[in-house]
Design a protein around this ligand. Sequence first.
Ligand code: C5P
Length: 310
Amino acid sequence: MTGTQPGDPVRVRVPGKINLALCVGPRREDGFHDLATVFQSVSLFDELTATAAPAGVVTVTVEGPGADLVGAPEDNLAVRAARLLGETYAPRRGVDLAIAKGIPVAGGMAGGSADAAAALLACDRLWGLGLPREALLELGAVLGSDVPFTLLGGTAVGHGRGERLTGVRVDHVFHWVLVTSGEGLSTPAVFRRFDRLHPPASVPAPVVPDGLLAALAGGDPVALARTLRNDLAEPALELRPDLAATLAAGEEAGAVGRMVSGSGPTCAFLARDAVHATVLATALRVGLPGRDIHVVTAPASIGFPHAGRG
Ligand code: C5P
């Protein structure tokens, strides 16, 4: 395991997420929206390695698909996470962060948030802080609405702006095919478009769709497909009309469920089982030539991988 000796580099493997439900309430005074959401981690991972650096120094390197789309180091959420942790609990520490991207960048899968979560966990261990999970969750909520969930991984219901979480135990594995998009979508822009489509007075308080948690507990993808819901799909499709063709291709290929992931533009297609996911991916590769297509399982978890493992 990495980080077993004080000062050893620490490696964290952190999954991206999809929202099985993303029910959006009216815009709040603070500009955020109240959500009722069901997060689930999927097996597309970023890997972050944290190595000790001189006091106060925080650096980052990013490699892998879409690394060129990641913003400047000072805007990198992992850097902000390490700085916030340092300022709050370890002002005399520094860290070099190396991020290998596997989660699509700006894909609506919380890749940036996942890196922030990984940085919090890795620096906590590297700097020997041993903070309780609650302390990291609290810092996560300061960094972004999705960071607390990416710290937990697995499956959780989220309320508030997504940071108030209740973990959900799911014993069944679900199989998804994800189709990413070369060009990202801005989350604030998608929420702004939601506001234009739905004047606040017309938007009811959000609730998790009936039957969704029961379908997860029962492990039935067909039942789960009936309850999937994403209120950001409509604004995302207005900003990116080409996503309609992607969703149609999944339907044609025989997906039991289909949705835009989060604020998009990644599209997620639910399969009946592992074999069906492979068949679906093959059909999608034919229907959508040149696109990145990933077969994944859910839920997935965050962790410290063993040295030498993939
Ligand atoms: O919290 P985070 O930094 O990820 O949010 C990015 C943007 O997405 C916010 O500035 C806001 O415009 C929008 N957002 C929102 N309601 C939420 C979460 C995010 O309006 N619950």
